[in-house]
Write a protein that binds this ligand. Structure first.
Ligand code: HEC
Length: 201
């Protein structure tokens, strides 16, 4: 009796070891190591099968490079707007090292209204609600025919569109090409980018 149960315990241990080993092999095969993944360019955003950009997520945790403000009083506009601009972290790392915008850079411009014009710190423009979202992406494969390989996307005002096609070159790209300091990006207005660029630049 004692012998029998000991034998079956051994059998169980061997069986469990085999199962554990098998699952390790199977899971390993199902999830390829990171290095085996295809080298995506703008890997922080997603596109639909027909090439539309899905509304980006998580960008408020990226590198916030600056927030230009366009007050209506200075512009004859109907509303004053903050433009909070973000760059994806891996591209920011590259920019810090080289002063260049790498293939795959994603820029986000998030609009916000002016809420209060007075705070404990004084009179001014204090951020209200989020109002709109735009993005630009440099990708030499996906956007090989766009000037500078930059494509521009406008998700409109709230409620934002879930996915959008790229805008015509004349609507967005041309103004950036003509006026932006660094490769279609308005680095001249982003103190964080100016400070991050290598000194030799
Ligand atoms: C008449 C010029 C002009 C046009 C047209 C224009 N932009 Fe811009 N854009 C700017 C300026 C200036 C800035 C930086 C200052 C600011 O935020 O106002 C900027 C900043 C941006 C940024 C932040 C990254 C960067 O390149 O500096 C994004 C993203 C962006 N624009 C998207 C768009 C989209 C999408 C369109 C078309 C729907 C568009 N822009 C059309 C002038 C323009």
């Amino acid at each position: 009796m004692f012998r029998a149960s000991r034998t079956s315990a051994t059998v169980w241990i061997v069986l469990l070891a085999v199962i554990a080993g098998l699952s390790y092999v199977l899971i390993g095969a199902a999830i390829p190591p990171a290095s085996a993944q295809p080298q995506a360019r703008a890997e922080v955003v997603e596109f639909t099968l027909d090439g539309k950009l899905k509304q980006p997520v998580g960008y408020r945790k990226w590198v916030h490079v600056g927030t230009p403000l366009t007050p209506k009083e200075l512009n004859d506009d109907e509303v004053s707007e903050f433009h909070a601009v973000y760059m994806d972290p891996a591209s920011f790392d590259h920019y810090e090292k080289t002063g260049k915008l790498r293939d795959g850079t994603v820029m986000i411009k998030e609009f916000a209204s002016v809420g209060s014009k007075e705070a404990a710190s004084g009179k001014g423009y204090f951020m209200g609600e989020f109002t709109g979202l735009e993005a630009s992406i440099k990708d030499s494969k996906r956007f090989k025919d766009e000037p500078g390989n930059w494509a521009y996307f406008n998700f409109g005002k709230y409620p934002l569109k879930a996915e959008v096609s790229k805008e015509a070159v004349d609507s967005c790209n041309s103004c950036h090409q003509e006026n932006a300091k660094t490769d279609w990006v308005f680095s001249q207005y982003y103190a964080v980018l100016r400070a991050a660029a290598p000194r030799s630049k």
